[in-house]
Design a protein around this ligand. Structure first.
Ligand code: NAP
Length: 646
């Protein structure tokens, strides 16, 4: 049943339940509710009246007068009653001119025409997923049955790939090293672990969750979401848990990948597949620095992604090394419990405030998501707009800018000034602390963090921020270069991941026995669209080189773009009976030149920044420099000319 029918059915119940309807209307944010009203009623005048008070996609709630909000709620109620009484079907997508006006009013600024296809896809107003790749001539069942695909990894990318392959009837087997699904959301369970992208956007477009408890939910919720997906689509029966792919070697004559796998008991197996899809992620191999003395630390010592929950932190002295996204979440969460938290910061990170970051989703808003027709869709659009490409232009270097070390351009400098003012407020004007936590490099040079009460935590009596570099780890603490010793009972390594050594530790050998390490070295991965590499036919990557999003958006958005593209590749192979497709060198090289040239003008390549995006030669290898809309356009349609298909 599609959602329009479902909403139509629920509408009678909603209208009959005055208390529920009032709760939902009261809990609804005004901008998406305005869009619902105009969508359902066609009454454009509301856009001018309410839209005049909406100045941007974030934090608009307070700027709309309460009396006006109330009028909108009352009118929505009337309109819903009219639909319920008349039995009239709900409208489909608004006509283009009205749609553009609605979008602009909803986010307080123009929404360019080029974004329409992306918005239509993400909102799925008719509940059909337009990103689904349909057969042009469905292969015979025996052709499908004989085509074997291996997916490595059952995190969000692997699950999304599996769902779309299952829908198309293409057989697959997932190899997953863990006991269950979830990938990064399974492995990371440190205190405070949660998502930094608004949840109602950080979820598959075709599987929205109207029950997120928070606007930025915590790890358990995200992991449970993925667990539910695996059950709902009955994916588990296609997963070999606790099994790693050790090697994948391409047999050119037969156009097959020979996989060697090892399970938890050490049992090894071999098998052939036609296509090999990596969904291994990039942030799951902990990076543990080689600190002198680390092995001799006598208390518990663990990485954030391998949190030891048997260790009680209460009343203990904890030393935490690292102040990135993981450290930002751990520090303030454990600070109230521990006797002393000593944080070792090698370089400062920028963090911004978001009004919703610590807020739960009210019962009313959840009711609105579930019961008010189209509300969840317009809400998703609004989040997409608030957190996607808006920042992108400001992350480019202005060659004429006169403070190039600290910012890129006037807008970036304004960010800098605003964040510094915010930090001052958080630390009660403690200028020593301000000097320690304000980075010298431009905002967004490292991944922008969300302030998780970080700055406030640093003002606690039991928290100390150390910026003196670490010299060694002692059995009972940490000693810095100046010779100062910081006693500690427990050591937490919030030191990030080995992100650039992509696809490691699998041994992958393509045509002519050339391995992926021969092609990429340790830390210089390159792929066409981040998906395919010359010399490695029928190998497709999800979240591959150059696809991490750092200006905004949701990693899941890119996943869905990549899944659509790979589905077209599989369709090409299956419908044409071709054995192999291999991206040509030329489009691959041109793509990577374009990627590098674009990066060179952007913030992540800034010479003053150390980040996990750059390899040891300073090349940005993990990130996409492109807007979401551009990457969508690049991956929307497979261009057969880019491939040698045999
Ligand atoms: P990270 O951003 O790479 O941070 C690692 C931290 O450890 C940095 O502060 C780094 O210092 C420090 N460090 C590394 N080696 C060190 C050494 N030898 N000595 C002293 N300090 C050292 O790692 P992360 O915090 O785990 O985050 C990684 C990525 O995972 C994020 O950027 C994000 O994409 C994802 N993530 C997301 C969330 C979320 O959505 N909320 C949460 C966690 C992680 P430098 O800065 O000087 O290098």
């Amino acid at each position: 049943m599609n959602e329009i029918t479902r909403i139509g059915t629920d509408l009678h119940a909603l209208v009959a339940d005055e208390a529920l309807l009032d709760l939902a209307l009261q809990g609804a944010d005004i901008a998406p509710l305005l869009m619902v009203l105009v969508h359902l009623s066609g009454e454009e005048h509301w856009l001018d009246e309410v839209g005049a008070h909406i100045n941007g996609p974030w934090n608009f709630q307070e700027s709309v007068p309460e009396a006006l909000k109330q009028r909108v709620r009352v009118r929505v109620k009337e309109v819903l009653r009219e639909y319920s009484l008349s039995g009239k079907p709900l409208p489909a997508e608004p006509p283009p001119a009205l749609l553009r006006k609605m979008l602009a009013a909803g986010v307080g600024g123009p929404v360019p025409e080029e974004y329409m296809p992306m918005i239509v896809e993400e909102t799925m107003l008719d509940d059909q997923d337009p990103k689904t790749v349909h057969w042009r001539a469905k292969p015979a069942p025996e052709v499908l049955a004989a085509f074997k695909v291996a997916i490595v990894g059952a995190g969000v990318s692997g699950l999304c790939m599996a769902i779309k392959m299952q829908e198309a009837g293409i057989p697959f087997l997932i190899y997953e090293k863990n006991k269950t699904v979830g990938g990064t959301w399974l492995e990371n369970s440190y205190p405070g672990c949660g998502v930094d992208t608004p949840n109602h956007f950080y979820s598959l477009s075709f599987e929205p969750n109207h029950d997120w408890p928070d606007h930025f939910s915590k790890r358990d919720e995200l992991w449970q979401y993925l667990e539910r997906l695996a059950d709902q689509y009955d994916i588990r029966r296609h997963i070999r848990f606790e099994t790693e792919v050790v090697s994948a070697i391409y047999d050119e004559k037969r156009a097959l990948w020979r996989l060697a796998t090892r399970d938890a008991t050490g049992k090894e197996e071999a098998g052939d597949v036609n296509a090999f899809i990596s969904a291994v992620g990039a942030l799951n191999r902990p990076s543990v620095p080689d600190f002198p003395g680390l092995k001799d630390f006598k208390g518990p010592a663990f990485h954030t992604a391998r949190w030891d929950h048997s260790v009680d932190l209460k009343g203990k002295r904890v030393a935490m090394i690292g102040t990135g996204a993981s450290g930002m979440q751990v520090g303030p969460t454990i600070a109230p419990d521990v006797e002393k938290l000593t944080i070792f910061q090698r370089s400062a990170h920028w963090a911004v405030y978001n009004a919703n970051y610590h807020k739960s989703v009210s019962a009313g808003k959840r009711a609105a998501m579930k019961s008010i027709p189209f509300y969840s869709k317009w809400y998703r659009f609004q989040l997409l707009w608030a957190s996607s490409d808006g920042l992108h232009p400001s992350l480019h270097v202005d060659p004429a800018w006169n403070m190039p070390d600290q910012s890129l351009n006037a807008t970036n400098q304004k960010f800098r000034d605003d964040i510094i003012a915010y930090i001052r407020g958080q630390v009660n004007g403690d200028e020593n602390l301000v000097a320690k936590v304000v980075p010298p490099y431009p905002p967004y040079g490292k991944r922008m963090l969300r302030d998780n009460y970080w700055y406030k935590s640093l003002t606690r009596d039991n928290v100390e921020l150390v910026t003196d570099p670490i010299a060694r780890i002692d059995p009972d603490g940490v000693t810095t270069k100046s010779g100062q010793h910081y006693p500690a009972d427990i050591l937490v390594l919030a030191t990030g991941f080995d992100a650039q050594r992509m696809l490691a530790p699998m041994h992958i050998a393509g045509k002519g026995g050339k391995t992926i390490r021969d092609a990429w070295g340790d830390d210089d991965p390159r792929a066409y669209l981040g998906i395919a590499a010359p010399g490695f036919p029928n190998l497709f990557m999800l979240y591959g080189p150059g696809t991490n999003l750092a200006h905004g958006g949701s990693a899941i958005y890119h996943t869905e773009c990549q899944v659509r593209y790979i589905m077209q590749c599989l369709r090409e192979l299956l419908e044409t009976g071709a054995k192999a497709m291999e991206v040509k060198q030329d489009p691959h090289d041109r793509f990577n030149e374009h990627l590098d040239e674009t990066h060179a003008k952007m913030v992540w390549a800034h010479r003053g920044v150390g980040n996990w995006y750059k390899n040891k030669h300073g090349r940005v290898v993990t990130n996409s420099p492109f807007r979401l809309i551009d990457y969508r356009a690049m991956t929307e349609k497979l261009n057969r000319e880019d491939y040698a298909i045999v």
